[in-house]
Structure formats: C-alpha cells, structure tokens
Design a protein around this ligand. Structure first.
Ligand code: ADP
Ligand code: MG
Length: 238
C-alpha cells in the first residue's frame, strides 16, 4: 500500500497552472527526488503535500486518509525549506522543541525527543547555542531536526542545501540519505541538482510545466533521459 497518493492534483494561480493534473504513488520508506527546471512546479507540489497550499483540484492521501484540506500541523508531514527560517531569538533546543510545545507534550518527553533529534543530525552538544552562532550547514541540520522531532511519516525537503557550498552539500546529502535509511522515512526531495537526484533517489520524477515529464529509477533516467534538462547534465558528466 502506498504511503502517499497524489491523485490528479492541480494548482492554479490566476489563469496559469503551477501544477497540472499530477498523480504519483510513493511507497513506504521510498526516497523520491523531484527534479526539473525552475518554475516547473516542484515547490508548489511539495507545499500542497505539506498543507501550505491548497490544491485547486485533485486529492492527496496519506495512508489512505484524505488530507487534501488539512492544515500543516494536522498532517503527518515535516517540511524543510530552502531558507530554514529558524528563530534567531531562541536557542537550538527551543527551536526544535517549539512544535512539540504547541502539541502540548510533557516536558520530559520533549527533552527526550529533542535530544534524539539532535543526535540524529550530529548536533548533540549544540542545544544551548543560539542559531545565529551556527554555520549554514549546522543551521540546516537544526531545521532538519526540527522536522524530524515531530516524527513525521513523510519528510518533505525543498532544496534544503541549495545555499550551501558544493562540499557541504555533498556531506549533508550523505547525512540525509543515512538518516532516511535509518528511520525508514518516506521522503520527497526537491532539487535542481541532477547529480543530487541521481545519487540519492530510489525514484526520480522529472517535472515540466507542472506535470510529469519522466519517472523511473536513477539508472533508467541516466540511460534513457527523455529531457534536454537531464540529458544535458549527463552529457556534461561524461
Ligand atoms: P519550482 O519550485 O519548480 O521552481 P514553483 O512551484 O515555485 O516551481 O512555481 C511553479 C510556477 O508557479 C511558476 O511559474 C511560479 O511563478 C508560479 N507560482 C508559484 N507560487 C506562486 C504564487 N504564490 N502566486 C503566483 N504564482 C506562483
Ligand atoms: Mg522551488
């Protein structure tokens, strides 16, 4: 059974469609990369799955439950944005604990879960630091921990490392893959880094103009790229 089902989802802004009749099933534990040129609808699709945008048409199901119109905090999803939007007036602990406090968890459980999330992202000793003291990579790790601490069934990552340098991006990519496999968490990863998608994904969805241009495992996309967008990149790797 699919963990996530997207059924004929569209999103119109005025007269134009950001996402157009998009359908996809994602298995439990699968890591799907959404690839595609700027403006192809990747972020809008992810925001609809996370509840930050409401579809104009279609349905989104998680474990067969219709979540299409549910608010973000009512969904079993966690989202990490390109700009991490951490709170600068709170330390790392409180940034991560915030969502748990809203959900009124007991203090000892909050502490335990925040410590667990910090350990997952390799920041166990950083609970008392202010986020402004952290490097860009550490800040993105805190953003990741802030999502994971909610124990989501689905992790949504929208170009989380786009602002980081190449070396750090590669390291964080490995860390995400590692965490993803350890937790077995279903993940949708938006990137316009083709290399990121080819090395990370169980399956790649190439988007264009709000729809699916090509879908398949990385080796298929690599061998038989349907799009100029991907083919051009693979050409440059050879
Ligand atoms: P991607 O993440 O692939 O770059 P987006 O989902 O951000 O693509 O955008 C897809 C299309 O939808 C673009 O043409 C963009 O300009 C448009 N769009 C996205 N969000 C809005 C919005 N809030 N209002 C109007 N147009 C939007
Ligand atoms: Mg985007």
């Amino acid at each position: 059974m699919a963990r996530l089902t997207i059924k004929g989802v569209s999103k119109a802004f005025g007269a134009s469609f950001a996402v157009r009749d998009f359908s996809l099933d994602v298995d439990d534990g699968e890591l799907v990369c959404l690839l595609g040129p700027s403006g192809s609808g990747k972020s809008t699709l992810l925001r609809m799955i996370g509840g930050f945008e409401r579809p104009s048409a279609g349905a989104i199901l998680i474990d067969s439950k219709d979540v299409t119109t549910l608010a973000p905090e009512k969904r079993p999803t966690g989202m990490v944005f390109q700009s991490h939007a951490l709170w600068t007036h709170m330390d790392v602990f409180n940034n991560i604990a915030f969502g748990l406090k809203i959900r009124r968890l007991a203090k000892p459980e909050i502490r335990e879960r925040v410590e667990g999330a910090l350990a997952l992202v390799g920041l166990s000793n950083y609970a008392k630091r202010m986020t402004t003291e952290l490097s860009g990579g550490q800040q993105q790790r805190v953003a990741l921990a802030r999502s994971l601490v909610l124990e989501p069934k689905i992790l949504l990552l929208d170009e989380p490392f786009a602002s980081l340098d190449q070396h750090l991006r590669e390291r964080l990519r490995e860390e995400v893959r590692d965490i993803q496999q350890r937790l077995g968490i279903t993940t949708l990863f938006v990137t316009h880094g083709q290399d990121e998608a080819l090395t990370l994904a169980d399956r790649i969805v190439v988007m264009r103009d709000g729809g699916t241009e090509q879908i398949g495992p990385p080796d298929l996309i690599y061998r038989e790229p349907k799009t100029e967008f991907v083919a051009g990149f693979i050409g440059s790797m050879n």
